[in-house]
Design a protein around this ligand. Structure first.
Ligand SMILES: Cc1ncc(COP(=O)(O)O)c(C=O)c1O
Length: 428
């Protein structure tokens, strides 16, 4: 859509301001409802409309000192969520125990309800946690393991989860088998087989990472879960990177247990996450911290963490509003577009290798690449020192490269600078 049409239809032209001066101050005070209306009014699907994304960019509080292409660790909050979070902290600090004793419980239950609608699950199957690590450790440490029980994990699973299983190997005598996930798989069946070919009558659990953080590869989780269930094996899903990034309802995967961090792609304040668990499993899983308030079958038994900041939980509601104002489909498409944009401009270069499968079923925003002649750390250091581009080196036994994670606030102009940097490095 032409800039003028977009602006006229959205009503922005009425302000009489030129776009460049308009986007930031306007967007800073813009809330989710206004953004929603803007999109509805224009009636377009603005995946490639930089006018729309310029406004979205203005809603984020990101550093201008460098180009941040390392948004995989956690996302900045949009101003609307940050301000909501700070206002709630201020209010709770003012009303102290009054809030904690009289309002906290209702607020938690309301948030559980909102988040369960967002995830597509029953509220009675949802635990509010601080992050993915806490959610998955609850299952891995709390599962009633018997000596000799087998688990299948992936060769590129997140280190903390591998450590959690190794602890159970030492403590309970479980046996860990490792599925070999190729960097560039040929088919879903190859991936299903990587897990299921290791299954025996002793296999109790498969643990899989929905979107592998090292490369951004997205696994066909539902197919793996269905195949595991057909053999009576329970499945734990690490969805840290797929929730609020890929357009799907987590509950529809049918996993027995699924956890994610909401400070990643939902753009919540740090320290917000969840764990979903099928009702029939609740009674058998031991909580990380003992609870004497709720019964064995009550999902709330997993939330006994002592006194914690309620404003972080409350901010989840505001973050969902912002996410919904953009919409899951548009968000996924924009993030995939940003990845495809830079990859298409460098993948043909002789010295460049892309370590991520690129189709929309196999990845989202994240891609991993390497330039011949550089170690991952040397390449990340050079990007930062010579071009002020911040990335992260991935030096893992199965994948070596630099991980690039753009976000909704990433501009095409910044990606152009990144592309020029890769060309310059690969020509030197
Ligand atoms: C795949 C995956 N799982 C789990 C985690 C842990 O997330 P958190 O530190 O928020 O618990 C990460 C963090 O980057 C991750 O990439």
């Amino acid at each position: 859509m032409q800039r003028k049409t977009f602006l006229t239809q959205s009503g922005i032209l009425l302000t009489g301001l030129p776009l460049a001066g308009l986007a930031r101050p306007f967007a800073k005070t813009m809330n989710s409802e206004a953004l929603n209306k803007l999109k509805e009014k224009t009636g377009i699907n603005p995946v490639m409309d930089e006018n729309y994304w310029n406004i979205v960019r203005g809603m984020f509080n990101y550093s201008k000192d460098f180009i941040n292409l390392e948004n995989g660790y956690f996302s900045p909050q949009p101003f609307s969520t940050e301000q909501f979070h700070q206002a709630k902290e201020h209010d709770i600090n003012h009303r102290t125990s009054w809030f904690m004793r009289r309002e906290q419980r209702d607020m938690i239950e309301q948030t559980r309800k909102n988040l369960s609608e967002f995830l597509g699950c029953d509220a009675e199957e949802l635990v509010l946690t601080r992050n993915t690590t806490e959610g998955l450790n609850t299952i891995i440490s709390g599962f009633p393991w018997q000596k000799g029980d087998e688990v299948i994990i992936g060769n590129q699973d997140y280190g903390s989860m591998v450590a959690a299983f190794k602890q159970q190997e030492k403590r309970e005598g479980i046996v860990i088998k490792i599925a070999q996930i190729p960097l560039l798989p040929k088919s879903d069946e190859e991936l299903v087989n990587a897990y299921l070919s290791l299954a025996t009558s002793k296999t109790k659990v498969i643990h899989l990472t929905h979107m592998i953080n090292l490369s951004g590869q997205l696994l066909p989780a539902k197919k793996i879960i269905d195949a595991a269930h057909a053999k009576g094996i329970e499945v734990i899903v690490d969805a840290a990177h797929s929730v609020a990034h890929i357009d799907f309802k987590p509950a529809e995967l049918g996993a027995d247990y699924l956890a994610a961090s909401l400070h990643k792609w939902l753009c919540c304040p740090l320290g917000a996450g969840f764990l979903m668990m099928k009702k029939q499993h609740i009674h058998k899983i031991w909580p990380l911290m003992a609870d004497d308030e709720f019964g064995d079958d009550n999902i709330r038994k997993f939330e006994h963490q002592g006194t914690k900041p309620p404003q972080t939980v409350m901010a989840i509601n505001e973050a969902i509003k912002f996410h919904n104002a953009i919409g899951s489909t548009l968000k996924q498409e924009r993030l995939q577009y940003l990845k495809s944009y830079w990859v298409a401009k460098v993948q043909h270069l002789d010295k460049v290798t892309i370590n991520t499968p690129l189709t929309s079923e196999r990845s989202g925003a994240i891609a991993n690449f390497l330039v011949k002649g550089y170690t991952p750390q040397q390449l990340a250091d050079k990007l930062l020192k010579d071009f002020k581009i911040f990335t992260v080196a991935i030096d893992h036994p199965y994948i070596k490269g630099v991980r690039i994670t753009p976000h909704l606030y990433t501009s095409i102009a910044d990606l152009d600078k990144f592309v020029e940097a890769i060309k310059s490095i690969s020509n030197s």
